[in-house]
Design a binder for this molecule. Sequence first.
Ligand SMILES: Nc1ncnc2c1ncn2[C@@H]1O[C@H](COP(=O)(O)OP(=O)(O)OP(=O)(O)O)[C@@H](O)[C@H]1O
Ligand SMILES: [Mg+2]
Length: 233
Amino acid sequence: MTEKKIVLAAENISFSYKSKDENLQILKNLNLEVKTGEKIAIIGASGTGKSTLLHILAGLDTPEEGKITLCGENFVLSNKKQHNLRAKLRNKYMGFVYQFHHLLAEFSALENVSLPLLIRGVNNNEAQKKAAECLERVGLKDRMQHKPAELSGGERQRAAIARALVGKPACLLADEPTGNLDTENSASVFALMSQLVVEENSALIMVTHDVQLAKKNDRCLRLEQGKLLDAGI
Ligand SMILES: Nc1ncnc2c1ncn2[C@@H]1O[C@H](COP(=O)(O)OP(=O)(O)OP(=O)(O)O)[C@@H](O)[C@H]1O
Ligand SMILES: [Mg+2]
Protein backbone atom coordinates (compact mmCIF):
# COMPACT_ATOMS: atom_id res chain seq x y z
CA MET A 1 0.00 0.00 0.00
CA THR A 2 1.33 3.46 -0.84
CA GLU A 3 2.13 5.70 2.08
CA LYS A 4 -0.43 8.44 2.69
CA LYS A 5 0.95 11.92 2.21
CA ILE A 6 -0.51 15.21 3.32
CA VAL A 7 -1.97 16.97 0.30
CA LEU A 8 -3.37 20.07 1.96
CA ALA A 9 -2.70 21.33 5.47
CA ALA A 10 -4.26 24.42 7.01
CA GLU A 11 -2.97 25.53 10.41
CA ASN A 12 -4.50 28.15 12.67
CA ILE A 13 -6.44 29.89 9.94
CA SER A 14 -8.33 33.05 10.91
CA PHE A 15 -10.32 35.25 8.58
CA SER A 16 -12.85 38.06 8.85
CA TYR A 17 -14.69 40.29 6.42
CA LYS A 18 -13.96 43.87 7.39
CA SER A 19 -15.89 46.96 6.46
CA LYS A 20 -16.01 50.49 7.92
CA ASP A 21 -18.42 49.60 10.70
CA GLU A 22 -18.23 45.83 10.89
CA ASN A 23 -15.69 43.13 11.57
CA LEU A 24 -17.33 39.84 10.71
CA GLN A 25 -15.13 37.03 11.98
CA ILE A 26 -15.75 33.89 9.92
CA LEU A 27 -12.83 31.53 10.72
CA LYS A 28 -11.00 31.31 14.06
CA ASN A 29 -7.80 29.29 14.44
CA LEU A 30 -9.14 26.61 12.14
CA ASN A 31 -7.11 23.48 11.41
CA LEU A 32 -7.52 20.90 8.66
CA GLU A 33 -5.34 18.20 7.17
CA VAL A 34 -6.21 16.12 4.10
CA LYS A 35 -4.20 13.13 2.94
CA THR A 36 -3.86 11.33 -0.38
CA GLY A 37 -6.84 9.12 -1.13
CA GLU A 38 -9.01 10.89 1.44
CA LYS A 39 -12.49 12.35 0.90
CA ILE A 40 -13.80 14.93 3.35
CA ALA A 41 -17.26 16.48 3.49
CA ILE A 42 -17.88 19.83 5.14
CA ILE A 43 -21.39 20.66 6.25
CA GLY A 44 -22.76 23.59 8.23
CA ALA A 45 -25.61 26.09 8.31
CA SER A 46 -25.94 28.68 5.55
CA GLY A 47 -23.69 31.68 6.19
CA THR A 48 -21.27 29.90 8.54
CA GLY A 49 -18.40 30.40 6.09
CA LYS A 50 -18.05 27.17 4.10
CA SER A 51 -17.51 28.93 0.76
CA THR A 52 -15.15 31.41 2.44
CA LEU A 53 -13.13 28.50 3.84
CA LEU A 54 -12.86 26.76 0.46
CA HIS A 55 -11.79 30.02 -1.20
CA ILE A 56 -9.04 30.41 1.39
CA LEU A 57 -7.94 26.78 1.01
CA ALA A 58 -7.80 27.35 -2.75
CA GLY A 59 -5.72 30.51 -2.36
CA LEU A 60 -8.48 32.68 -3.82
CA ASP A 61 -8.60 34.67 -0.56
CA THR A 62 -5.79 35.28 1.91
CA PRO A 63 -6.23 34.44 5.60
CA GLU A 64 -5.33 37.06 8.21
CA GLU A 65 -3.40 34.46 10.15
CA GLY A 66 -2.27 30.93 9.61
CA LYS A 67 -0.43 28.75 7.18
CA ILE A 68 -1.56 26.62 4.25
CA THR A 69 0.61 24.02 2.57
CA LEU A 70 -0.38 22.47 -0.75
CA CYS A 71 1.61 19.38 -1.79
CA GLY A 72 4.41 20.50 0.49
CA GLU A 73 4.58 24.07 -0.84
CA ASN A 74 3.68 27.20 1.10
CA PHE A 75 0.39 28.42 -0.29
CA VAL A 76 -0.25 31.60 1.71
CA LEU A 77 1.65 34.21 -0.16
CA SER A 78 1.14 37.92 -0.03
CA ASN A 79 2.97 40.06 -2.54
CA LYS A 80 2.11 40.29 -6.22
CA LYS A 81 4.97 38.13 -7.48
CA GLN A 82 3.92 35.46 -5.02
CA HIS A 83 0.33 35.71 -6.25
CA ASN A 84 1.53 34.52 -9.63
CA LEU A 85 3.28 31.60 -7.95
CA ARG A 86 0.09 30.78 -6.07
CA ALA A 87 -1.86 30.78 -9.36
CA LYS A 88 0.73 28.41 -10.81
CA LEU A 89 0.51 26.04 -7.84
CA ARG A 90 -3.28 26.12 -8.05
CA ASN A 91 -3.20 25.27 -11.74
CA LYS A 92 -0.73 22.44 -11.14
CA TYR A 93 -2.26 20.79 -8.09
CA MET A 94 -5.83 21.92 -7.60
CA GLY A 95 -9.26 21.60 -9.16
CA PHE A 96 -12.03 23.86 -7.91
CA VAL A 97 -15.78 23.55 -8.43
CA TYR A 98 -17.47 26.81 -7.44
CA GLN A 99 -20.87 27.02 -5.76
CA PHE A 100 -21.98 28.98 -8.84
CA HIS A 101 -20.30 27.46 -11.87
CA HIS A 102 -18.04 30.42 -12.96
CA LEU A 103 -17.76 29.19 -16.53
CA LEU A 104 -16.62 31.83 -19.01
CA ALA A 105 -19.67 33.03 -20.91
CA GLU A 106 -17.96 33.67 -24.26
CA PHE A 107 -16.48 30.19 -24.51
CA SER A 108 -18.05 26.83 -25.38
CA ALA A 109 -18.14 23.99 -22.84
CA LEU A 110 -15.22 22.37 -24.71
CA GLU A 111 -13.14 25.57 -24.57
CA ASN A 112 -13.97 26.14 -20.89
CA VAL A 113 -12.83 22.63 -19.98
CA SER A 114 -9.68 22.91 -22.16
CA LEU A 115 -8.52 26.11 -20.46
CA PRO A 116 -6.76 24.68 -17.37
CA LEU A 117 -4.66 22.48 -19.67
CA LEU A 118 -3.85 25.33 -22.07
CA ILE A 119 -2.69 27.40 -19.07
CA ARG A 120 -0.38 24.50 -18.17
CA GLY A 121 1.13 24.66 -21.62
CA VAL A 122 -0.59 21.60 -23.13
CA ASN A 123 -1.10 22.05 -26.89
CA ASN A 124 -4.55 22.86 -28.19
CA ASN A 125 -5.28 19.50 -29.89
CA GLU A 126 -4.29 17.50 -26.84
CA ALA A 127 -6.19 19.86 -24.49
CA GLN A 128 -9.36 19.61 -26.56
CA LYS A 129 -9.06 15.82 -26.76
CA LYS A 130 -8.79 15.49 -22.97
CA ALA A 131 -11.55 18.07 -22.42
CA ALA A 132 -13.85 16.13 -24.78
CA GLU A 133 -13.19 12.88 -22.86
CA CYS A 134 -13.98 14.61 -19.60
CA LEU A 135 -17.18 16.17 -20.93
CA GLU A 136 -18.23 12.76 -22.19
CA ARG A 137 -17.67 11.33 -18.72
CA VAL A 138 -20.02 13.91 -17.19
CA GLY A 139 -22.66 13.14 -19.85
CA LEU A 140 -22.16 16.24 -22.02
CA LYS A 141 -20.94 14.57 -25.21
CA ASP A 142 -23.71 16.25 -27.21
CA ARG A 143 -23.33 19.70 -25.64
CA MET A 144 -19.64 20.42 -26.13
CA GLN A 145 -20.13 23.36 -28.48
CA HIS A 146 -22.77 25.00 -26.27
CA LYS A 147 -21.88 28.18 -24.41
CA PRO A 148 -22.85 28.34 -20.71
CA ALA A 149 -26.04 30.32 -21.50
CA GLU A 150 -27.07 27.47 -23.82
CA LEU A 151 -26.74 24.83 -21.08
CA SER A 152 -29.21 23.96 -18.32
CA GLY A 153 -28.23 24.70 -14.71
CA GLY A 154 -27.26 21.09 -14.04
CA GLU A 155 -25.35 20.86 -17.34
CA ARG A 156 -23.36 23.98 -16.42
CA GLN A 157 -22.48 22.43 -13.10
CA ARG A 158 -21.36 19.21 -14.80
CA ALA A 159 -19.23 21.23 -17.25
CA ALA A 160 -17.66 23.00 -14.25
CA ILE A 161 -16.91 19.60 -12.71
CA ALA A 162 -15.30 18.43 -15.96
CA ARG A 163 -13.14 21.58 -15.89
CA ALA A 164 -12.02 20.80 -12.34
CA LEU A 165 -11.23 17.15 -13.16
CA VAL A 166 -9.52 17.58 -16.53
CA GLY A 167 -6.07 18.27 -15.09
CA LYS A 168 -6.26 15.29 -12.68
CA PRO A 169 -5.59 17.53 -9.66
CA ALA A 170 -3.91 16.27 -6.48
CA CYS A 171 -6.53 18.19 -4.53
CA LEU A 172 -10.11 18.73 -5.59
CA LEU A 173 -12.19 21.34 -3.77
CA ALA A 174 -15.89 21.37 -4.54
CA ASP A 175 -18.43 23.83 -3.16
CA GLU A 176 -21.90 22.23 -3.33
CA PRO A 177 -20.99 20.47 -6.58
CA THR A 178 -24.29 18.64 -6.70
CA GLY A 179 -26.51 21.50 -5.53
CA ASN A 180 -28.20 21.88 -8.93
CA LEU A 181 -28.42 18.20 -9.78
CA ASP A 182 -31.10 15.53 -9.42
CA THR A 183 -30.37 12.45 -7.31
CA GLU A 184 -29.14 10.37 -10.25
CA ASN A 185 -26.77 13.03 -11.63
CA SER A 186 -25.63 13.90 -8.16
CA ALA A 187 -24.65 10.27 -7.52
CA SER A 188 -22.79 10.04 -10.84
CA VAL A 189 -20.91 13.30 -10.21
CA PHE A 190 -19.86 12.06 -6.78
CA ALA A 191 -18.79 8.76 -8.36
CA LEU A 192 -16.63 10.67 -10.86
CA MET A 193 -14.96 12.71 -8.15
CA SER A 194 -14.39 9.55 -6.10
CA GLN A 195 -12.91 7.84 -9.16
CA LEU A 196 -10.37 10.67 -9.50
CA VAL A 197 -9.45 10.23 -5.84
CA VAL A 198 -8.84 6.50 -6.32
CA GLU A 199 -7.14 6.62 -9.73
CA GLU A 200 -4.86 9.58 -9.04
CA ASN A 201 -4.53 9.10 -5.27
CA SER A 202 -5.93 12.63 -4.92
CA ALA A 203 -7.78 14.27 -2.06
CA LEU A 204 -11.32 15.65 -2.12
CA ILE A 205 -12.86 18.31 0.08
CA MET A 206 -16.50 18.93 -0.69
CA VAL A 207 -19.06 21.23 0.86
CA THR A 208 -22.57 19.86 0.78
CA HIS A 209 -25.97 20.28 2.38
CA ASP A 210 -26.82 16.70 1.48
CA VAL A 211 -26.23 14.57 4.58
CA GLN A 212 -26.56 11.29 2.67
CA LEU A 213 -23.86 12.41 0.25
CA ALA A 214 -21.69 13.71 3.09
CA LYS A 215 -21.80 10.25 4.68
CA LYS A 216 -20.23 8.67 1.60
CA ASN A 217 -16.97 10.48 2.45
CA ASP A 218 -14.23 9.20 4.76
CA ARG A 219 -14.78 12.05 7.21
CA CYS A 220 -17.62 14.53 7.79
CA LEU A 221 -16.83 17.82 9.44
CA ARG A 222 -19.14 20.62 10.52
CA LEU A 223 -18.13 24.26 10.29
CA GLU A 224 -19.40 25.98 13.41
CA GLN A 225 -18.29 29.21 15.04
CA GLY A 226 -15.23 29.46 12.88
CA LYS A 227 -13.92 25.95 13.53
CA LEU A 228 -14.24 22.48 12.02
CA LEU A 229 -15.67 19.82 14.32
CA ASP A 230 -16.50 16.17 13.78
CA ALA A 231 -20.03 16.30 12.35
CA GLY A 232 -21.08 13.19 14.24
CA ILE A 233 -23.16 11.81 11.34
N1 LIG B 1 -17.38 39.72 0.44
C1 LIG B 1 -18.02 39.68 1.61
N2 LIG B 1 -18.04 40.75 2.44
C2 LIG B 1 -18.67 40.70 3.64
N3 LIG B 1 -19.32 39.61 4.11
C3 LIG B 1 -19.32 38.51 3.34
C4 LIG B 1 -18.69 38.49 2.06
N4 LIG B 1 -18.87 37.26 1.52
C5 LIG B 1 -19.60 36.55 2.42
N5 LIG B 1 -19.86 37.31 3.52
C6 LIG B 1 -20.59 36.86 4.72
O1 LIG B 1 -19.81 35.85 5.34
C7 LIG B 1 -20.62 34.78 5.82
C8 LIG B 1 -20.12 33.47 5.26
O2 LIG B 1 -20.38 33.42 3.87
P1 LIG B 1 -20.15 32.10 3.02
O3 LIG B 1 -20.54 32.39 1.63
O4 LIG B 1 -18.77 31.62 3.27
O5 LIG B 1 -21.21 31.13 3.73
P2 LIG B 1 -21.61 29.61 3.38
O6 LIG B 1 -21.41 28.79 4.62
O7 LIG B 1 -20.91 29.17 2.16
O8 LIG B 1 -23.17 29.74 3.13
P3 LIG B 1 -24.14 28.92 2.09
O9 LIG B 1 -24.36 27.57 2.70
O10 LIG B 1 -25.37 29.75 2.06
O11 LIG B 1 -23.45 28.85 0.75
C9 LIG B 1 -22.04 35.12 5.42
O12 LIG B 1 -22.74 35.57 6.56
C10 LIG B 1 -21.92 36.22 4.39
O13 LIG B 1 -22.96 37.15 4.49
MG1 LIG C 1 -21.54 28.67 0.24
